[in-house]
Design a protein around this ligand. Structure first.
Ligand SMILES: [Zn+2]
Length: 254
């Protein structure tokens, strides 16, 4: 199994990263994808990815857009150029739009759009952060029509919204929210859509599921989400995990 979205480079894991990776391997998760978030984070992110042979993406997250966003985008292009030959470099992102942090909205749109253009140029999928911005994101994805598509990470929307993304060649990242019985729209989406629509992810250390005692989320928790998905889809966990691995392998060309 794979955790397709884990910020294992974040300081929350500095004290016990070895043990977190070990625990994840013990439950059958063999690898993960570390998304990029900003120029200030890339060096450590790449060092952690190299140390554990994890996959990685390069990008600028809407929460971490530097004031000098033009320079950040130039830096991103340079970093992408350097990483190009590396088989563990699998996507552009995490990038996107977040209306809960709308104080830098204009910069968010400009930086997201530049990353879509870059993804198309280098022929990679994108890892998209979409919070209360599906309309704007769908419009931009239609405009740029990415050949490799991507994933809408931490998807929480309805089957109708999900279908819009599937039509654009995107998959839906399913994480900790699946454990919340009040996430009715999401649970309906997971029960109704075909298995090739989904990717498994945790977004560690964020998005800790409600039934887990530790406040920090971690990649090993992905197996809980997998079992819940199996219940919702009325299929075996083995079958679900086979599909989810295949979806990740195909999308990211692993
Ligand atoms: Zn993330």
């Amino acid at each position: 199994m794979l955790d397709t979205h884990a910020h294992i480079d974040f300081p929350e894991f500095d004290a016990d990263r070895d043990q977190v990776v070990e625990r994840m391997q013990q439950v059958g998760i063999t690898n993960l994808i570390i998304p990029g978030v900003s120029p200030a984070h890339w060096a450590k992110q790449l060092a952690v990815a190299a140390q554990y042979q994890h996959y990685f993406a390069l990008g600028i997250h809407p929460w971490f857009i530097p004031k000098e966003c033009k320079k950040a985008l130039t830096d991103l292009r340079e970093q992408v150029e350097l990483a190009k030959g590396n088989h563990r470099f699998v996507a552009i992102g995490e990038c996107g739009l977040d209306k809960r942090h709308s104080e830098n909205w204009d910069r968010q749109v400009a930086v997201f759009e530049s990353q879509l253009i870059l993804a198309k140029e280098v022929n990679l999928p994108v890892i998209v952060h979409s919070v209360k911005a599906h309309t704007e994101i769908i419009a931009l994805l239609k405009r740029h029509n990415l050949s490799r598509g991507g994933v809408i990470h931490a998807f929480s929307g309805s089957p109708e919204t999900a279908q819009e993304y599937l039509k654009l060649g995107f998959k839906l990242g399913i994480g900790g929210l699946i454990m919340n019985p009040n996430a009715k729209k999401l649970l309906k989406t997971i029960a109704e859509l075909p298995l090739n629509s989904f990717l498994l992810e945790t977004d560690s250390p964020s998005m800790t599921p409600i039934n887990v005692a530790e406040t920090r989320n971690q990649p090993a928790n992905a197996v809980l989400f997998l079992d819940k998905m199996a219940t919702l889809q009325k299929k075996s966990s083995v079958l679900i995990s086979e599909h989810l691995v295949l979806n990740a392998v195909q999308l990211f060309n692993l």
